[in-house]
Structure formats: C-alpha cells, structure tokens
Design a protein around this ligand. Structure first.
Ligand code: ZN
Length: 714
C-alpha cells in the first residue's frame, strides 16, 4: 500500500479545539493529532516505534515563559498518544550538552529526568537529544518500511541522493543516544546550508539502516513531508509493499491437523525457555497468508533470515533472526501423515532449536567479550518460527506480546522483500545489533516485569456464557491467563470474552458433539498454540424421578453432564501429551490440568434430580480416574462441588418456588448453610482458581456451598 496523506483540515481544527479546551496549547494539540496519524499506519510506525516532538513554550507558576521540548515518552504508542505522552523537558539545559564530547547513557537519562517539568512523566525517548539538537519546531521520526527497504542497502546513501537530491541529510549508522544526536546535528547543519545555497529547503534526514526524520514549522508541514519523502521511496521500489497485518491472523477452518504439530512446538519452546528465564510457558501467534507462505518457500530463506533486523530496535522483540524449520511432512494440513515422518520432523525441530540456542550463546559470548564481559545474557530462545509452506509463528509470554512479535516479523519480511527487489537487503550488522540488544536503555523498555501467576497459561472454559462460566473467565483472566470462552450460544460466549477483554476469544461449541470439540480445539491451537487448563463447566439439570424418566432425557443428561466432560478431557489430554512429546525426563513435564464442575448431587443426591446427580456422580469418578491415570505426566485432575448458586441452573423463578415450598424467605433459602451466607458465582470461580494454583493437589474435591453437613465429602 502507498502511504496516504491522512491530514484533514477539519479534523485537525476539531482536535485542536478539543485539546485547547482541556488546557493544552495549540502546538501540543496538533502534535498529538499528527502523531496519531503517523501511529495509525503500520507501514510507518509499529508498536511504540518511532517518535515525534515539538518545541514550544511553558508558563510557570510565576508567569515566566520557558522554552521546552515535548518529546515522545517511553511506553506510549503514537497511534493512541495523548498530550501526556510527550513529556515536557526544559530545552536550554539539553542544548548545552552539545558542547560535550562524551556523555554516558546514565548521565543522559538522568539529565532528561532532571529537566522534566512534571517529575511524574515517563522517561523521554532515547532519541530526545536528537530532537533537541535540531532547530526545527516539529520533528517526526518513523521506521517506514519503504524507506528502510532503501536505507538497508549497502549503497543506501547513493540511492537516497538520487531520490532526494539535497532535500534530505544522510546520516551514517550510529547507535541512538548522544553520539548519534551530535553527529546528526552536525550533518544536518551542513546539509541545511547546502540546500539553502541551492535555494532549496531541507525537509528531512535519512538515518542509514535505521529510519527517517522529517521536520517543519508546523505539525502539518512536518507530517506532509514525512508522507512525501516516504512516497518518493515507494516510487522507486519495484516491489510494492503490502503489509497486511490483519487477514493472516484469521483462523482458516480448512487448516486441519494443527494438533499434530503446533502443540509439540509450543511444549518444546516452553520447556526450553523455562530453563533460561522465569517464564514457564509461551503463547503463539500464528500467521499464515499467501504472501507469508510464498516468503517461507523461498529457496534462500535460510540465508535471507540470517541477515538481520530491518531497524535495530526490533531486535529486542524478535531477536536478530528467526528459526527456520523444515517443511512439514507431505500434506499434513489436509491429511494425517505417517507417525514415522512426523517423528523425523520433530527430531529435526529439536536439533534446529538446540543449534539456534547454541548460536545465540556464542553470538552473545563473542560480543560480550569485546565489550569487556559486562553484559548479562538474555534467554537464547527464538521469538519467531518460520515453517516453509505454512507461515510464521510469533512467540511471547502472553498473546499480546506474541502478536507484537508477529507484526514486527511481517514488517521485517516486507522490508526484506522490497529491499531485495531493488538491490540487496543488507541491514545493520551483528555487532551493532548486539549493541542495541544489550543497551541498557533498550532493555529498560522491556522492563523487569513480574509475571502474574497464570501468565502463559491457555485456559478453556466451557459453559462460559453462563453466570458461573463468566466469573471463572474473569478470575483466570485477572491472573494473567489467556482465555477461551466456549458456549453453545455464541453470543453469550462473546459477551463473556468481551467482558474479559484483552486477547480472550469466544468459540461456539456444542460440547456433546465430538466434531464441534475438534473444530473448537483446532481454533484454540491456531490462536494460542495449545492448551494448559480445561475448566469443564457446562451442564444442565434435568429433573424427574428415575422411575418415570424418558430414556432420551436420561441419555441427554448423561451426554452433557458426563460424556461431554470426557470428550473434552480426551481432546485436552491429546494436546497436553503432544506438548510433552519427546520428553525424556520425568521432572520436565509441562503437564496441565483438568478442572470439573461437579454438583452437590454427586455427594448428597436429591429427590427428582437422579438424571443429573447420577451423571455428576460418574463425573466425580471420571475426575478421580484421570487423576490416577495422568498424574505421572504432571497432569492434575480436580473438581469443585458447588451448591445453590444463582445461575442459569438456579434462576430466580426456581429460587422463588423452592423458598415458597419450604415456607422460608428467598434470602433464607439462599443462605441456608452453616455460614448463613449466600454462595456467589465468584466463590466458585475462586475455588477453581485456587485449585489451579495448588501445584501438589490432584484427585481433590473442593466444596463451595457455605457449609452443608449432608454434602461433606465422606
Ligand atoms: Zn528510531
């Protein structure tokens, strides 16, 4: 796609008025507006990349005016930025730094912070001094795909000269920070003079193997110049950029047998990563489209993928190179293949992964030695897998980070292919990549984050559209899990997923149908890479005395309240075992969990609830059976025995009729337990959560009924 000029005079005025009304000045209002325009185009800026600034004045409490630089703060995304996303820094102290010959990163960051107007602001961008040292009022910086296709050539300067003449300054590659800011400012000043002497105006700067800057007197001028400069680059590229980040995300139901190989990959990577970090499980983001498949099938893919990242700061997300796997055996995506062929493929993956880890460690050791051995190695695992004929897989500690990796990888592929169409893709070299990967200021962007207890766990909840299902989904989501809401009624599942927000998804599934389960799990694998916890919660209470019950009714109760749980467990176990395939050490099983919603009826049967209670009693036995048979594989099986919860099974009408029948108030009926308190759906959700965290518990039943002597397990 060609980058379009999205500036609208009308919108910019409305935006300006809206933000002025909120107390911001016009410069900041329009800075916010055009930053968002840049940030909304993934061909220019992706996930927190790029940065923008404006030089303006600030009036202090005494009525004195100060020159300030508002520059993008770390942690903000240009696409959704607010005025607070451009922290305000006193400009003059920054300009004084130009006189220094050296400035350490620590001193630079300290100076940025000392000069913040609002001490609560985030850290200003690592490229703050570059913005400060340039004389222009508005400055925009992007990592445009088209521009990088040219800037990542060995003769980039020569091509840029041809495209831009004297309109842009060309800055050789230097790592961001003080040195780059100084060099860029010097070259800029010379180029500006030269442009002036030719009666031209300097519109921007190309940073070789890094990105592009534009500047102007107004937000509009700077923005339009960015688009103009990028469009010029697009014009000379024989291959047209087609960065489509959205369609390859969609699950294609024609893609069969994902369970044959994807969970294996996830299990293998998860086990390796846990050896090198505090992360225990990883989540996948799979991308498969015609474009990506074509790329993955290139003869020289291995060699191409070794060349490096499109712009250096991508390295902290994707590592310097992906891991290229072997083509899948035969037509695995359409038909099952022989086990022996699949085993060979698995073995090959294992060898390639070990080699990747080995290579990464030696890349680190070599570069670290050159730096005086002061760096601490990051985990050596790949972040991107490419499977020829299939597509790519982004790997993260959660779905969000995996998607971010996949987006950046798609951008890398577009840059690489377009660069190859005009010459040779030759990005920043391995030493410079290392410098950026291990630069303390880049590492700070990732943060030393503490992972929530269920981070990386993929959790599927059945009956998720119901009251209890929703509470379970919310509780697990709050604790960092990836959520799949399954329900026969898609709309209610969708509502629950939306309530969870983030990456939660909804799938319509009749859990009594093996076909539906199979399709649902295929989609789960495509979306997340596998599964860790099944919360088998769906059920229906069928009433009637056993003597008179219709066969069909009894059978349907057995189907939904017993067999469905079994089918779901079998399918879950297949994935869990695949994640642990080729496991040779007893203590290394990733394992997983089965959690069932069993009713009080299993322990304390009630008159007229036979069809339901008998199925639930058998479900309790099923839970124990799985605990016995799967314990050695670190697969735990537990259940919750909940009673008298307001839900689809016990609705307000039933509560009313039962309390009338007992001659008590509804409140007394609902709190008729030892604790004299109504038991809420949230309490049930908490019980499931607790069980999921009880690492040494299996075969257990946790009662959530406020205390009921007759239903005490015995
Ligand atoms: Zn940059």
């Amino acid at each position: 796609m060609v980058c379009l000029n999205k500036w609208s005079q009308e919108d910019s005025y409305a935006f300006r008025d809206q933000y002025i009304a909120k107390g911001f000045n016009e410069d900041i209002a329009l800075r916010t507006y055009s930053s968002r325009l840049l940030g909304s185009d993934p061909e220019l800026v992706l996930h927190g990349g790029g940065n923008t600034s404006v030089k303006t004045t600030y009036k202090d409490l005494f009525g004195n005016y100060h020159s300030v630089l508002c520059v993008k703060g770390s942690g903000w995304d240009l696409g959704t930025i607010e005025p607070e996303g451009h922290p305000m820094v006193y400009l003059n102290p920054l300009l004084k730094l130009k006189k220094l010959n050296v400035l350490s990163d620590e001193d630079m960051v300290a100076l940025h912070r000392q000069n913040l107007i609002n001490p609560k602001s985030p850290n200003p961008s690592v490229e703050t001094l570059l913005h400060a040292f340039l004389p222009h009022k508005f400055i925009d910086h992007t990592h445009s795909v088209a521009l990088l296709s040219i800037a990542d050539q060995d003769n980039a300067a020569e091509i840029c000269k041809k495209i831009y003449g004297n309109e842009v300054a060309i800055i050789p590659y230097v790592m961001p920070g003080f040195d780059l800011a100084k060099l860029a400012s010097e070259i800029h000043d010379q180029a500006e003079e030269k442009a002036k002497s030719n009666s031209k105006e300097l519109k921007g700067m190309v940073l070789i193997k890094h990105g592009i800057f534009s500047f102007g007197k107004t937000a509009e001028e700077s923005y339009l110049r960015m688009i103009e400069l990028v469009n010029k680059a697009e014009k000379v590229l024989p291959r047209k950029i087609q960065l489509d980040l959205y369609s390859p995300r969609k699950y294609d139901s024609n893609m069969k047998n994902l369970d044959e190989f994807i969970p294996f990959l996830r299990g293998l990577i998860s086990k390796k990563i846990s050896k090198y970090s505090n992360q225990k499980r990883c989540v996948f983001d799979i991308r498969s489209s015609k474009n990506l498949i074509e790329f993955s099938n290139l003869q020289n893919i291995q060699e191409l993928s070794e060349r490096g990242v499109a712009t250096p700061d991508h390295v902290i997300r994707t590592k310097a190179k992906p891991l290229i796997l072997k083509k899948l055996p035969l037509n695995l995506l359409r038909q099952k293949c022989e086990k022996v062929l699949l085993d060979q493929w698995f073995e090959d993956v294992r060898i390639k992964l070990d080699k990747y880890i080995e290579d990464y460690i030696s890349y680190f050791d070599k570069n670290n030695l050159a730096k005086g051995k002061v760096k601490k190695r990051l985990d050596p695992l790949p972040r991107v897998l490419i499977i020829p004929g299939f597509g790519l897989i982004g790997i993260g500690d959660c779905k969000k980070s995996a998607s971010l990796v996949a987006d950046i990888s798609q951008t890398w592929i577009e840059t690489l292919l377009s660069a190859e169409s005009i010459g040779k893709y030759s990005p920043v070299n391995s030493e410079d990549t290392f410098d950026l990967e291990y630069w303390s200021l880049e590492q700070a962007k990732l943060g030393g984050k503490k992972l929530p207890p269920l981070a990386g766990n993929i959790v599927c909840i059945t009956g998720a559209g119901g009251v209890i299902g929703l509470e379970i989904a919310k509780e697990f989501c709050k604790n960092g899990a990836e959520i799949i809401c399954l329900d026969k009624d898609y709309n209610s599942a969708k509502k629950s997923a939306e309530t969870c927000g983030g990456s939660a998804i909804a799938i319509s599934c009749d859990v009594t149908s093996k076909n539906d389960i199979s399709d649902a799990f295929n989609e789960i694998i495509y979306t997340f890479g596998g599964i860790d916890i099944l919360i088998s919660n769906a059920g229906t209470a069928i009433q009637g005395n056993m003597y008179g019950i219709e066969d069909a009714q009894f059978e349907s109760s057995l189907k939904i309240n017993l067999l469905a749980h079994h089918y779901l467990s079998q399918k879950t176990l297949k994935i869990l075992k695949s994640q642990d395939y080729l496991n040779h050490h007893k203590n290394e099983y990733l394992g997983g969990q089965l959690l069932f919603n069993v009713s009080k009826q299993a322990l304390n049967p009630g008159k007229g609830f036979g069809a339901y209670g008998i199925a639930k009693s058998a479900l309790l036995a099923l839970m124990k059976q799985y605990a016995i048979e799967e314990g050695e594989f670190n697969i735990r099986s537990n259940c919750v025995n909940a009673d008298r919860i307001r839900s689809g099974l016990l609705n307000s009408e039933m509560i009313k009729s039962r309390s009338i029948a007992r001659g008590i108030t509804e409140d007394d009926y609902m709190s008729g337990n030892l604790l004299k308190s109504e038991v809420r759906a949230k309490d049930v959700a908490n019980a499931f959560l607790s069980l999921s965290l009880m690492e040494r518990t299996t075969g257990a039943i946790v009662t959530v009924d406020g205390g009921n002597v007759a239903a005490m397990p015995r």
